[in-house]
Design a binder for this molecule. Structure first.
Ligand code: ARG
Length: 463
């Protein structure tokens, strides 16, 4: 045979593949990352073929041993990847045949690269999802510890980034915890749809061999074989869902990042990010920049982009497999790397955050943060809420004119606006009075933060 085209499919070709086309269509440079899952899938496929009598036990043993050796070679960096062999699947199969001879050529019986690659990606994503779930839990653990420590720390809460009402820092951190709990659930849910097995679908229609798909699924710990062969080789919903869950997670991390960047600024000065999470400036000697949260904020862009890449990749694709699908891998791999990197950075950094309690408290004392408390006080004294709102508005205007916050005014000054105000008003105008009054489930009172932390600890234990 003089034909120099690919040995695994070259039979019907009359001229070699154009050199550029070979490189252009090859995926091995990036899909070699799937080697472990590819081997795992092949071992299970071979065992299944043996069980149903398509391969003999000694053929199976040779295949399993050969693949094991290839795995070791790859992990030692001794494996020679060849672009001419197109992708990870054919590289490994060719190496197997070189190693064990003709039996290697039997491995692909009843299988196609179409169900093979779909299986590999699912195995890969299942592994990575498990790592991501653990890392979300680690970040949440750090938040619980910090929230407990800062349960009584008062800071200004914001709406429109304007001082709104006092909140506890612990409560703010537990808001982050809630966001991450939803992210965790989304990945758990996505994992269910990742964990379905394409093998047996072969190219698109299934196979004529007496295969036992349940057995292969069991070996690979998939929950079930995919229900339709056409869908099995072409479905990439699970990858899109993974990127969607990742996008939401990253979006949450950008919100946390934004707050950390603001809080670390001289203008807020609410937290100190330890030096090891910051970098300096090559020109301005005084600078300490919050690079980690800034970079996480920036990295969201690529993950959102990958989500759209995959949605666009799948749009209008006719059944079943199309080569377009080879383009699913790079966005997916980069999403995995980015999510893991950002989570790691956050999980390492959060426990090291130092709250500047006095600065937070000082900030909460400014900006009339207890104005709503005064209105609620008036309501308790029988004033209608709308009238109370007006009275407090006038008091705030007076405070702005005279340069004092509500708690700094004398009783006589306050009574100019309403005669129902008495000496007990000063209790509700304190920051501690304000936060501890919001003592219901989901409220900002220190006692509620402690409840939320306890519930959070239970949640993590149940995972
Ligand atoms: N490298 C291909 C991919 O990533 C593997 C499947 C190729 N199948 C085919 N019939 N060309 O999708």
């Amino acid at each position: 045979m003089s034909n120099k085209t690919n040995q695994q499919w070259g039979g019907r070709f009359s001229e070699p593949t154009d050199a550029f086309v070979a490189r252009f269509t090859a995926s091995v440079d990036f899909d070699k990352r799937l080697y472990k899952q590819d081997i795992q899938g092949s071992v299970a496929h071979a065992r299944m073929l043996t069980r149903v009598g398509v391969l003999s036990q000694s053929e199976c043993d040779d295949i399993v041993r050969g693949l094991g050796e290839i795995r070791v070679q790859i992990e030692r960096g001794e494996f020679e990847w060849s672009v001419a062999l197109e992708d990870v699947h054919m590289n490994i199969e060719a190496a197997l045949t070189q190693k064990i001879g003709i039996t290697g050529k039997k491995l692909h019986t009843g299988r196609s690269r179409n169900d093979q690659v779909a299986t590999d990606i699912r195995l890969y994503l299942r592994d990575e999802t498990d790592l991501i779930l653990d890392e979300i839990s680690r970040l949440q653990q750090g938040l619980l510890d910090l929230a407990e420590q800062e349960a009584e720390t008062v800071m200004p809460g914001f709406t429109h980034l304007q001082t709104a009402q006092p909140v506890t820092f612990g409560h703010h951190l537990m808001a982050w915890f809630e966001m991450l709990s939803r992210d965790y659930e989304r990945f758990v849910d996505t994992r269910k749809r990742i964990n379905v097995m394409p093998l047996g679908a072969a190219a698109l229609a299934g196979t004529t061999y007496p295969i036992d798909r349940h057995y292969t699924a069991e070996l690979l710990q998939f929950s079930a074989p995919a229900g339709n062969s056409l869908d099995a080789v072409s479905d990439r919903d699970f990858a899109i869902e993974f990127c969607a869950a990742s996008s939401l997670l990253l979006m949450h991390l950008t919100r946390m990042s934004e707050e950390l960047v603001l809080w670390a600024s001289a203008q807020f000065n609410f937290v100190n990010l330890p030096d090891r999470f910051c970098t300096g400036s090559s020109i301005m000697p005084q600078k300490k920049n919050p690079d980690v949260p800034e970079l996480v904020r920036g990295k969201s862009g690529r993950v959102y982009g990958h989500l759209f890449s995959l949605l666009t990749l799948m749009k209008s694709q006719p059944l079943a497999y199309n080569k377009d699908n080879q383009e699913d891998k790079e966005p997916l791999f980069d999403t995995v790397d980015t999510v893991k990197g950002c989570l790691r950075a956050f999980a390492d950094m959060v426990p090291a955050l130092e709250a500047r309690r006095d600065v937070m408290r000082e900030a909460a004392l400014r900006g009339f943060s207890t104005a709503t408390d005064l209105a609620d006080y008036l309501v308790r004294k029988g004033v209608a809420f709308r009238d109370a709102h007006e009275i407090v508005g006038l008091s705030v205007a007076y405070g702005i004119r005279t340069g004092q916050d509500l708690g700094q005014m004398t009783l006589d000054e306050l009574r100019q606006f309403s005669e129902v105000i008495e000496a007990d008003v000063f209790e509700v105008l304190t920051l501690e009075g304000s936060v501890s009054a919001r003592d219901h489930i989901g409220g900002t009172a220190p006692a509620q933060v402690r409840h939320a932390v306890a519930a959070g600890r239970q949640l993590l234990l149940s995972r």
